[in-house]
Design a protein around this ligand. Structure first.
Ligand code: C2E
Ligand code: MG
Ligand code: MG
Length: 357
């Protein structure tokens, strides 16, 4: 039977010993290894089988299914087709992970994810100049979850690709609507994961999605980290140039915290540096913890890059940044990421107040 997502369960009530189960697993793998013809495409599927044998692996149905799941995860972790029998040494930790992984797959199917938007504000005019899309998960039992709770797992299991596509489609739809209805210069910032950017068809995919939702490329800014750039400078610079050609802007997220090589800054079509919140936090009057902010802002000005300060929470930080000539800010001072309806209301007011929502 289909258990959910791409998981299936098989009940074998009449086996004599482990060898019977082993043979069936091998047969299944052999049968599924052959390519499938889907229209004009040849499609391959991978298969990972976890086997739980009563009573060693569980006394009841739920336990057996969970043990089979844990065993399956161990097959998957090796990244290969295959099967494994459950043994107690397979850790309990895996069970929690597995639950979360299955929940996340279901969340995508059941539309439990949400896109929230955090304003990027020009502190001179108090106008919202951009919105950063940030994903949330409205979990049916655990409430609202933040990216730190599920993005690492999504990244590991490659679910991140589906997740990010979902986020982009929704953000293109929401913000595209607002752009067409009275906010023509509004910028949408989306975060991209390493897995997404590394994909060979990344640029095509992104452009196709944008076109499909009629989102104007000039209004899009993608956020990537220094580590993503440095992981494969040649490939990435090629892709970023292609994107810049169609009008998409590129921002370096968490600038200053990664594996930096200032060399790439003038070799790549970078438009914006986002000063990481850890540096903004160091701004306190009279202390010299802020000197990195000074340096980053000076460098951005020298290189004629735009600059957005992240994590701005206080008056003091805002004033300090303003003095440096850093006018685009994002942070709790103006408000956290919020659902689309609330953000749209703030947009329509044309001028945003401190923590106005
Ligand atoms: P990020 O892109 O650096 O996003 C900024 C994070 O700082 C967000 O956390 C935001 O809610 C938080 N933040 C904003 N203002 C303040 C402030 O004044 N004070 C403090 N303490 N925090 C503030 P969040 O939403 O938990 O996201 C965490 C990270 O997850 C993001 O970091 C981003 O790297 C990643 N992420 C979020 N959504 C997506 C997505 O849709 N796709 C991908 N690939 N990554 C995402
Ligand atoms: Mg970001
Ligand atoms: Mg950041």
């Amino acid at each position: 039977s289909r258990f959910g997502g791409d998981e299936f369960t098989l009940l074998l009530p009449a086996i004599h010993d482990n060898d019977d189960a082993r043979q069936i697993a091998r047969k299944l793998i052999r049968a599924l290894q052959a390519p499938f013809q889907l229209g004009e495409h040849e499609v391959f599927v991978g298969v990972s089988i976890g086997i739980a044998v009563y009573p060693e692996a569980g006394e009841n149905l739920d336990q057996l299914i969970q043990s089979a799941d844990i065993a399956m995860y161990h097959v998957k972790a090796r990244g290969k087709d295959g099967y494994r029998f459950y043994s107690r040494s397979m850790s309990v930790d895996t069970a929690n992970r597995l639950n979360l992984e299955r929940d996340l797959r279901l969340a995508l199917e059941r539309e439990e994810l949400r896109v929230f938007y955090q304003p990027q504000v020009c502190s001179k005019s108090n106008r919202i100049v951009g919105l950063e899309a940030l994903v949330r998960w409205q979990h049916p039992e655990r409430g609202l979850l933040y990216p730190a709770d599920f993005l690492p797992l999504a990244e590991e299991t490659k679910l991140i690709v589906q997740l990010s596509e979902w986020v982009m489609d929704h953000a293109f739809r929401d913000v595209g609507d607002w752009i067409r209805n009275g906010h023509p210069d509004l910028r949408l910032a989306v975060n991209l994961s390493p897995t997404q950017v590394e994909h060979p068809r990344f640029v095509d995919n992104l452009v196709r999605r944008m076109t499909k939702q009629h989102f104007p490329p000039d209004n899009l800014e993608i956020e990537i980290t220094e580590n993503v750039i440095m992981s494969d400078l040649d490939q990435i610079s090629h892709k970023l140039r292609e994107l810049a050609t169609v009008g998409v802007r590129i921002a370096i997220d968490d600038f200053g915290t990664g594996y930096s090589s200032l060399n790439y800054l003038h070799r790549l079509p970078i438009h914006t540096l986002k000063v990481d919140q850890s540096f903004v936090r160091a701004i306190r009057s009279g202390e010299d913890g802020a000197c990195i902010v000074n340096a980053i802002v000076a460098m951005a000005h020298g290189l004629k890059l735009e600059i957005v300060a992240e994590g701005v929470e206080t008056d003091e930080q805002l004033a300090y940044l303003r003095n440096l000539g850093c006018h685009q800010v994002q942070g709790f001072f103006y408000g956290p990421a919020r659902p689309a309806e609330e953000v749209f209301r703030a947009l329509e007011e044309r001028s945003i107040r401190a923590a106005s929502f």
